[in-house]
Design a protein around this ligand. Structure first.
Ligand code: FE2
Length: 667
């Protein structure tokens, strides 16, 4: 007779415990134990550890899996959230079996040991069968669905609480509950204004609706929103630092002359300044031809502006010309800072509205949320739990499916807040999403290449780039060390059939098999693998934080980020007044609903963990544990560096401080 000692660790969060009957069975290379009922007399309390003895006639051999099974007790069936199981063998080994998921009644879970193994290293025939069975089951649970032709595929699931137990974590129906604009409006204490169709009487009237919701950044935005310096600054360090690029030749459809910009360039010419690398362009051509949404019965207007910017000798990025539509014509004037104050202000407001569409649909929804969902699905369907890449990506897929399902149900559905209140909502949103998907490239998702493609290496005061590049390098160093430990040669990458199916599915389901995207359809070398995985983690963590976390801070002050505009862009100069600006900006109700959505989107997620801090014990090997510690140390150093720099800034750039970056797309 030999004895195995089993210790169960129940999750700490509310409702993790259970009174259901839990059965366990150990499976080894030589034999399996009897099924043992673990709780004849008491249930499992949240945060508790319980130890049991399992007697076997002889050693089970090398332990391959632990099977958990749950049955209702006295008709009470409640789920159990198990963190991990530790098994002490008669041979004196302690083996960790990570779990970190819910076990539903009448369901079973098969846990594999923590030691990471590639498919060709997991050679025991029972282990191989378990591995295959796990993937077969995962592929039945997580099925792809076409959301809209020409856009990345999504999970085939309609409600976040219908998601399989594997990815439910502690996400609750309560989180769902708060994911509504109405709840946020109530939290902002603005319920009485949500249906008002009146125009604002003045810009300063808006101040009244902030009450206690006014943070330091909002105050700054309120004060500076119509200043050219802040308008230019936001192309580098605002919600969307992704559009601006160096301009060495004016686009043919943007006929700005030297005469137009002579006051801005102070004695210099466009040609000279372009040569010095001081001229920049933000082109919203992706919006060209899209028709504005109808908001509460009223047509809204979208433009596709071109903005020319000048980085002046003080290193300030300033707008010097704005054309609101792509086709140059007499009725599409080029607005200049020397025009009347109201003309110039309104032109900038149209640009900020175009920014809302491009930022939210392309750079936020598509390039972070939808891509993160593709990475999540491919990981769950193709990598079994002992796979080292599954373990590496596990913290970076948390809650992504939940939050995307909520966004589809509550924001962009037929009665979703974006569809109801955004100028770009409805049909135009889907069109824009398709255009954005068709133009998406691998290099645009890899920050070092993206910065050099846009010619932004030496632009001063570009904190998104400065912090982002450091963060990219830290993630890359960690990923390289981690993956090279498990993939000791390129041949290992090539013969990892699970990995090859993973990347192939990302290529076909996420990037629609488009070779022009530059996304690999297979991986041949460790170097290629490391670069791709760095991009995946950077996208789900840093990139999402940079385009997500400031939405209320920078967009809450409506004139800086109007969700919809009620009048068409001006065809001539000299007719805009402060009143016509108020007539064009969203009405009171649309403003309040827009603010509510932005607040909801920038709220901290239910239980969030900063980048590099992983609540789950997934490893018991020295190398990954040591690498995680080094990763955390590097992140802490960067955090200190950013905080030191920020002390000297008028407006601190906080969005890529690792402390403020979540591991995953979770909001
Ligand atoms: Fe987000």
């Amino acid at each position: 007779m030999v004895i195995y000692t089993v210790t169960t660790h129940t999750g700490k969060t509310l409702l993790s415990g259970t009174t259901s009957l839990i059965y366990i069975q150990l499976r080894g290379s030589e034999a399996e134990s009897e099924e043992k009922n673990l709780n004849p007399l008491k249930g499992f309390l949240p945060g508790s550890e319980r130890t049991f003895k399992i007697n076997c006639k002889a050693s089970l051999g090398e332990l391959i899996s632990v099977k958990l099974y749950s049955k209702p007790f006295m008709h009470l069936d409640n789920q159990w959230f198990c963190d991990k199981i530790l098994v002490n063998t008669p041979e004196g080994d302690e083996i960790l079996f990570p779990c970190y998921c819910w076990l539903d009644c009448n369901e079973k879970l098969v846990l594999r040991p923590a030691k990471a193994l590639l498919v060709f290293e997991d050679t025991n025939p029972i282990a191989q069968r378990e591995r295959m069975k796990q993937l077969e089951e995962q592929q039945k649970l997580f099925r792809w669905r076409v959301y809209a032709e020409g856009t990345p595929q999504v999970i085939d699931c309609d409600a976040s609480y219908d998601l399989p137990a594997e990815v439910r974590f502690s996400f609750t129906k309560e989180s769902d509950f708060y994911y509504t604009a109405a709840k946020q409006i109530a939290a902002l204490k603005l319920t009485g204004l949500a249906d008002s169709r009146e125009s604002w009487k003045s810009i300063s009237q808006l101040e009244g609706i902030f009450c206690e919701n006014r943070g330091k950044t909002i105050e700054y935005v309120q004060e500076h929103w119509d200043k050219d310096k802040f308008f230019g600054y936001q192309f580098l360090n605002g919600l969307n630092p992704m559009l601006i690029q160096r301009c060495s030749k004016l686009p043919e459809n943007f006929p700005v002359t030297d005469d137009m910009v002579k006051d801005s360039l102070i004695g210099s010419s466009l040609k000279q300044e372009m040569k010095k690398g001081n001229i920049f362009l933000s082109d919203y051509k992706m919006l060209d031809g899209l028709v504005g949404n109808v908001v509460v019965g009223r047509q809204q207007y979208l433009t596709a502006p071109l903005v020319l910017l000048y980085c002046n000798p003080h290193g300030m990025m300033l707008p010097i010309a704005i054309q609101l539509k792509q086709e140059p014509s007499k009725e599409n004037p080029i607005f200049l800072p020397t025009d009347s104050k109201a003309d110039w202000k309104l032109a900038k407001i149209f640009v900020r509205n175009a920014e809302f569409g491009v930022h939210e649909v392309d750079f936020h929804l598509l390039r972070t949320h939808l891509l993160a969902e593709v990475f999540t699905m491919a990981t769950l369907r193709n990598l079994p739990s002992p796979h080292p890449l599954y373990k590496l990506l596990f913290p970076h897929i948390r809650y992504t499916l939940q939050i995307n399902i909520l966004a589809r149900n509550r924001l962009i559905s037929e009665d979703g807040a974006i569809t109801l209140y955004a100028g770009v909502g409805g049909e135009s949103l889907v069109k824009l999403l398709k255009r954005a998907t068709a133009s998406l490239t691998y290099s645009a998702l890899c920050l070092p290449e993206n910065i050099s493609e846009r010619g932004l290496e030496s632009v001063p005061h570009f904190y998104y780039r400065d912090d982002g590049m450091k963060l990219w390098n830290i993630i890359n160093k960690f990923v390289a060390a981690f993956l090279s430990h498990y993939y000791q040669s390129d041949e290992h990458v090539q013969k990892d059939t699970e990995l090859q199916r993973w990347i192939s599915e990302i290529f076909t389901k996420g990037f629609l098999g488009r070779d022009g995207s530059g996304i690999p359809s297979s991986l041949q070398t460790v170097t290629e693998l490391v670069k791709f995985v760095t991009m995946v983690i950077f996208t789900a963590s840093a990139q999402h934080a940079s385009v997500n976390n400031g939405q209320f801070d920078l967009g809450g002050w409506m004139p800086n980020y109007p969700t919809a505009l009620r009048n068409p862009p001006p065809k001539v100069k000299g007719q805009t007044t402060e009143d016509s600006i108020l007539e064009t900006l969203p009405d009171v109700g649309t403003t309040v609903n827009g603010m509510a959505v932005l607040r909801l989107l920038s709220k901290d997620s239910a239980d969030h963990f900063p980048l590099g801090y992983f609540p789950e014990t997934l490893y018991d090997e020295d190398v990954p544990c040591k690498l995680i510690k080094e990763f955390q140390k590097d992140l802490k150093e960067l955090s200190d560096l950013i905080e030191g720099r920020n002390k000297k800034l008028e407006l601190p750039y906080i969005y890529l401080n690792p402390k403020n970056v979540d591991n995953s797309v979770a909001i």
